[in-house]
Design a protein around this ligand. Sequence first.
Ligand SMILES: [Zn+2]
Length: 203
Amino acid sequence: MYAPPVQRLITELGKLPGIGARTAQRLAFHLLRADSDEALALADAIREVTEKVGLCDVCFNLAEGPRCQICEDPRRDAGLICVIEEPGDVVPIERTHEYRGRYHVLGGALSPIDGVDPEDLKLSELFARVENAAPDEPVREVVLATNPTTTGEATALYVADRLRRTAPEVTVTRLASGLPVGADLEYADEVTLGKALAGRRAL
Ligand SMILES: [Zn+2]
């Protein structure tokens, strides 16, 4: 129906989350109509991000280089680790200005139905981080900030149960209730999220 390059663009755009066939078509035609500079700027941004941005070796947040800015920052409390599902969850938590610790990004949540098992997430890396922390910088608290969804809750319970057995000296906390149940962290407003962080309770 379309010239092959146009069809290719529509196919690639259609793979993006939330973009159906109609939207992919509309975006493709927008790009074809736009200044070639504008369209190429988008292509360059995609190329640059895929070439330069990877995952932090320590916490699996996005990083330009081996470590992310938060792990590189000596002012951030290494004794406090906030466990989140996706790198994007760092942003709403940082926006609350309630949190001065570090992060650990799991890369999703446990969901056996969808084939997401513990080995598919950065869980063993989290346990190793807690259990092998340097004696002069021990982990005191792990804050479970997975989403308030069924899979996020299951993941939080899994982590809490494991740490209770292998690292009983570490306090494990969960964000206070008040967050919209079933929604992702990224949709919580900063006041609500800030209160949920400040009011976190031991699991
Ligand atoms: Zn990091």
